[in-house]
Design a protein around this ligand. Sequence first.
Ligand SMILES: Cc1ncc(C[n+]2csc(CCOP(=O)(O)OP(=O)(O)O)c2C)c(N)n1
Ligand SMILES: [Mg+2]
Length: 581
Amino acid sequence: MTQATTLKEQARTTADETQELTDGFHLVIDALKLNGLTTIYGVPGIPITDFGRMAQAAGIRVLSFRHEQNAGYAAAIAGFLTKKPGICLTVSAPGFLNGLTALAHATTNCFPMILISGSSEREIVDLQQGDYEEMDQLAIAKPLCKAAFRVLHAADIGIGLARAIRAAVSGRPGGVYLDLPAKLFGQVMNADAGKKSLVKVIDAAPTQIPAPAAIKRALDVLKSAKRPLIILGKGAAYAQVDDAIKTLVEKSGIPFLPMSMAKGLLPDTHPQCAGAARSTVLKESDVVMLIGARLNWLLSHGKGKTWGEAPKKFIQIDIEPKEMDSNVEIAAPVVGDIGSCVAALIEGMGGNWPAAPAEWTNAVKTKREENVAKMAPRLMNNNSPMDYHGALGALRTIIKERPDAILVNEGANTLDLARGVIDMYKPRKRLDVGTWGVMGIGMGQAIGAAVETGKPVLAVEGDSAFGFCGMEVETICRYNLPVCIVVFNNSGIYRGTDVNPGGGSDPATTVFVKGARYDKIIGAFGGVGVQAETPDELKRAVDAAMDSGKPTLINAVIDPAAGSESGRIGNLNPQSVLRKK
Ligand SMILES: Cc1ncc(C[n+]2csc(CCOP(=O)(O)OP(=O)(O)O)c2C)c(N)n1
Ligand SMILES: [Mg+2]
């Protein structure tokens, strides 16, 4: 080596040392922050432990869970509540797989979410040479989400995240997978160039204006109706155009039926609410306008017994054109974002839109009042052990007195009966199992909701449902979140009374330990545990928890015989012909 080249090399080294550098870790953090994504839900481990630490140091709120599935449910519900993608962060293979159920759930429910998982070395994974936590995660994620991306070069982190954000929130929102291999985090590049490579996503969910002809067609169909009905889905709640929806409903005078997570968009006590006359309005309506609601199993696919004999015409408002005619013919498809569609409908209705036929609205009102009156005495009993209605009567009062609280709800009977009994008063306050009826969303959603909104959360959980996510009670205590969990303890799935039909000493498949004390779990982590045996005790305990804001778990003792098989959807169970012999 000549002296000249040595000097040249020395000079280059000095230049490198003085040059400001950034790396994959910091570029991901900067890209998230640049796009206003300042909360991460996850579980640490190789290769993302340091990333979590650095993100926390950089001012991102990083919440560590006990299981990725629950972190994923928190991220998914954060997406629903904020219209920004909720971020879930996991390690490779097993952590990634644990997060995947939530990602698929987010996609099914149209919640924007990004699952970011660290992954192993591509070269080794692709040759299947047995790397640490080896798995081709991108390939596995693809069919379960709206889009999946992998970033291999630090310079592409900005673009990678921009693509993920757009895919998650634009059009029909959903889950997105972002694969970040371990090596990427340590890759260095010039800090200036790094900064320039970042992308601030402009107008991530662009407005989609409906065609004027589609609006006219919809209004013509609506005007022809003798027994019109509006169904509000969780897409309508997601849109956050609450005032416009209220105006449309009130201006039309049409009875409305909220789907589970659309409850409270207008209060359940609103004079036009047909929630308590559901079966009547579904059967007897002649024109049904769906706003952000799909004709899936939750609406019996728009046909069959539930919908009665009367011929129906459907108007459907949805951002996804493929949704139209998915189950039955849609007479008036209106494709666009809900805000734009509803605004156009209101405008098209003009100043003298005819009121919905009084014969129909009065009939709905009468039916609803009848049903409410029938239910009322059942909600007032103070039995011990409690039945569902007595316990839910107490919780119904709690939400009436605290309409800003967020209600999280899962289980079978605990879900179906709570949905019917507990009136909601404000939008996006009822969070539950969603389209799949998945168990285990409770603690993740409670944490996500408390973190994103700062509001108190009441989580009403079947004892089985709670078991899917119960360890996150520690997370709730660790972050000192204002979450009150009520476990509806009927000692089992649907009921606690089944016996082993084989006659052996094993318990039946649907029953749990009798007299279990779920309230004792939370004490281990410094939270408050309460045993409640009557509706009065339950009401007192929940009030105390909501007043104090302290993490609380109440074991509500429910009569093991009170529930029914699969709650309200027992009809979906396949039947064996042989069993009947
Ligand atoms: C992930 C998942 N696993 C299993 C089920 C099937 N399942 C439906 S409801 C339910 C539990 C119902 O029991 P519980 O939560 O105690 O409510 P209860 O009817 O007893 O009030 C189960 C296991 C499911 N929906 N999701
Ligand atoms: Mg149960």
